[in-house]
Each structure stands twice: as C-alpha cells, then as structure tokens.
Design a protein around this ligand. Structure first.
Ligand code: NDP
Length: 215
C-alpha cells in the first residue's frame, strides 16, 4: 500500500489533504504536534524539533509520499525594513527548515520507494514574479521553499522522486480566515493531485489549480 506522511495534519489544508489521500486509498500518517490518542493515524511531529522528526522517520517501514504542509504566519503586515529579524528566523524555522528537515529524514525512504513524491505547500506570496511589500518573513520563507523544491527535484530525480510546490490560493482555514474565497477542498486539490502523480508526471514545478504557476 502507498504510504503518505502529511505534516501539520491537525487542521486546515493539511487535515483535508490527509483525508482525501485516505479516500484515494493511501495509508496516511498524520504528523501533528499534539496527537489525539484515539486516532491511530496521528503521530507526534513538530517540524521544528529534529528528534520528533527522526523518531517518526525511524518508525516508518516505507514511505512513498511526503506532503510538507505545516506552516505559520508570524509577521502579519510586517515590512522588510521594520521587521524584527527574530520573527524572520522563527518563520523560517517552520516554513523552510521544517520542510527541509522532514525531507532530509524521509529521503532514504522516498528513494527506496521508487515512486516517491514530495509536495511542498507554498504560497502565491512566495511568487518572485508577483513580489510586493509586507509579510516579509512569510514571503521569504515561501520563496525559499520554492528554491528547495527545485533543488530537491534535481537531486532526487535519479531515484524517481517527483518534487513539486503548490500554491493553494487563499483558503478558509485558521490561517486564511473566514473571508477567504476558497474552501479547504479547493485548497487541497492540487496538493492531492501532486501527491498522486503518475511516474511520468512533472517534477521541479510550481502549480496552482493543477496548472503551472509562475515562480
Ligand atoms: P492553519 O493555520 O489552519 O494550519 C497550520 C497547520 O500547521 C496546523 O496543523 C499546525 O499544527 C501546523 N503547524 C504549525 N507549526 C508546526 C510545527 N512546528 N510542527 C508541526 N506542525 C505545525 O494553516 P493552513 O491550513 O491554512 O495552511 C497550511 C499550509 O498552507 C501552510 O504551509 C500555509 O503557509 C499554506 N498556505 C495557506 C494559505 C491559506 O490561505 N490558508 C494560502 C497559501 C498557503 P497545530 O494544530 O499544532 O498548530
């Protein structure tokens, strides 16, 4: 059975991606900071805590799909000129290094799969071609995640691991707020599609609504 790990699966887009992958027949491991003891699919995973990542990776016999979804917004409207750089560091810890750490820990398993997939949940705010001011820490974390996506795609291509980034659009979650135009299902759709790509699917791309998105 195809095994998928979704980080930040406690709520929002991650919870929806996990649910849909399960419906598609995958065996889903939900990485969450505070597991619900009544849900056997939930496992402790804090992407800022290397030990929790190593423990989880070591406990997996196989892994075919990694969805790096866990993310935070810590800077609201902060400008690059005025922002406290500790906020930038904190944001990168989760949004960039978090995804990077989990990818490192899971790479041996994904390589062994022969059909590995990594989906990095990025953002339109990480689009260099549309970069404006504000939310400096968040924007930089997602631009960096996009770069990591391309680097990993190159490094893992010889082992058949397809690595792509997704812009889910503005989605009604705790992060996106109630006035966001997109449902969780709409926000999860492209991530689920990328997680279940056929072997001849794209790699090293950035997608929105299942179509290439400008970097
Ligand atoms: P939510 O705030 O609703 O959920 C965030 C999830 O990330 C929660 O499950 C949270 O866990 C988890 N998380 C945060 N920090 C960590 C950590 N250190 N370790 C493990 N899990 C962590 O956000 P969304 O569902 O909206 O966002 C999911 C992804 O989509 C993020 O990467 C976000 O940047 C991206 N995105 C969202 C958009 C939107 O409009 N909503 C737009 C563009 C991109 P916990 O419950 O423990 O806090």
């Amino acid at each position: 059975m195809t095994v998928a790990l979704v980080t930040g699966a406690s709520r929002g887009i991650g919870a929806e991606v996990a649910r849909e992958l399960e419906v598609a027949g995958l065996d889903v491991v939900r990485g969450v900071r505070t597991p619900d003891p009544t849900d056997p699919t939930q496992r402790r995973l804090d992407v800022t805590d290397q030990a929790s990542i190593d423990d989880l990776a070591a406990s997996l016999e196989r892994l075919d799909v990694l969805v790096n979804n866990a993310g935070i917004v810590d800077d609201a409207d902060d400008s690059a000129v005025g922002i406290d750089l500790d906020v930038v560091r904190r944001t990168l810890e989760t949004n960039l290094f978090g995804a990077w750490r989990v990818a490192q820990a899971c790479a041996p398993l994904l390589r062994r799969s022969g059909h590995g997939r990594i989906v990095n949940v990025s953002s339109g705010m990480g689009q260099l071609s549309d970069m404006t001011g504000g939310s400096a820490a968040y924007r930089i974390s997602k631009v960096s995640l996009n770069a990591l996506t391309r680097i990993l795609a190159h490094e893992l291509a010889p082992d058949g691991v397809l690595v792509n980034a997704v812009s889910p659009g503005w989605v009604r979650s705790d992060m996106g707020g109630r006035s966001a135009p997109r449902s969780l299902e709409e926000g999860a759709d492209t991530a689920v599609w990328l997680a279940t790509l056929p072997d001849d699917g794209p790699t090293g791309g950035f997608f929105r609504d299942r179509r290439p998105n400008p970097w």
